[in-house]
Design a protein around this ligand. Structure first.
Ligand SMILES: [Zn+2]
Ligand SMILES: [Zn+2]
Ligand SMILES: [Zn+2]
Length: 296
């Protein structure tokens, strides 16, 4: 989706002085360089194909910094998939095709940040999650009143961070090409049995993602620890199983079939109780962790 604004060359007044701004030189920390030509009309773009975009912490850090008024997130590095950023006041150079005059405008007025899609699919002790954070930037002309994406109530035009007067929802907006943009994310999918489909502003969406990935990682650690304990107890279990014919035979001799049955039951309980208890402990602990992190 593109947003056009009448952009006249300051030299000759021509209305479409060029196809695109002069290429920007982007450098990644990994050493890769990329040139990017932004069209005169701001575009909503989503990076595609970058494997690192899904889980990369650098993207979340870059977007968080952006939501706090930091550098622009412009593209994905073709080498490592990391975010490529530039300061907001970076000039965009325009070379007029008619009079060959060069003019400059700040990047922040003409580009829209790149928002990556995040995805998380994990088995957890709370039933598992399969979630997608799909970029959905709300936008409208600067002169028009805008609506709160949380509750739909009309809100006064603003730029930067604000809170809705009606629902107290957090909002963040920036402007480009005469439009106001509210960068945000639609969260869709199954969150441990809860169906989600809410729109969240960028900052809350990042927090939402980190809470879920923290829960998923915690669940994975618990599963590893659980399996580790059972692996460590395996020799003890073997000893116990080997001892059964002797103990069972002795009890059978002294107390008859009832004694043998009770012994069998005690052996089964000895194996099953720690197993079921362990699972119950992990489920309850996960629930507590979720309540502390997410609040329910
Ligand atoms: Zn010109
Ligand atoms: Zn890179
Ligand atoms: Zn609201």
């Amino acid at each position: 989706m593109t947003f056009t604004r009448a952009f006249a060359c300051p030299g000759c007044g021509a209305h479409e002085p060029a196809e695109a701004f002069a290429p920007l030189d982007l450098r990644c920390a990994c050493g890769q360089r990329r040139t990017l030509s932004l069209p005169l009309a701001a575009e909503l773009r989503t990076p595609t194909g970058g494997r690192a975009l899904v889980t990369d912490r650098r993207w979340r850090d870059a977007l968080r910094a952006r939501a706090a008024g930091g550098p622009f997130v412009l593209d994905a590095c073709p080498g490592c998939g990391g975010p490529l950023t530039l300061p907001q006041q970076t000039p965009l150079r325009l070379d007029c095709r008619y009079c060959h005059e060069t003019s400059e405008v700040p990047l922040v007025e003409h580009a829209v940040d790149l928002l990556p899609m995040l995805r998380l699919s994990a088995r957890t002790w709370g039933g598992g999650m399969d979630l997608r954070w799909i970029p959905e930037v709300r936008h409208g002309a600067l002169a028009e009143p805008c609506c709160c994406p949380h509750c739909g109530a009309p809100i006064e035009p603003f730029v930067g961070s604000a809170a809705c007067e009606h629902c107290d929802g957090a909002l963040f907006a920036f402007t480009a090409c005469g439009h106001r943009f509210l960068p945000g994310v639609r969260v869709e999918g199954d969150d441990e049995g809860r169906a989600l489909g809410d729109w969240l502003p960028l900052t809350l969406a990042l927090e939402h993602y980190e809470q879920r990935s923290e829960l998923a990682a915690g669940s994975q650690r618990s599963t590893c620890a659980f399996l580790g304990v059972w692996l460590a107890l395996f020799p003890l279990g073997c000893l116990l199983a080997l001892s059964f014919p002797f103990v069972g035979g002795y009890v059978m001799e002294r107390f008859g079939p009832v004694g043998a049955f009770v012994t069998l039951f005690a052996y089964a309980a000895l194996a099953a109780l720690p197993f079921c208890g362990g699972i119950l402990f992990l489920v309850l602990r996960h629930r507590r962790r979720r309540a502390a992190l997410v609040g329910g």
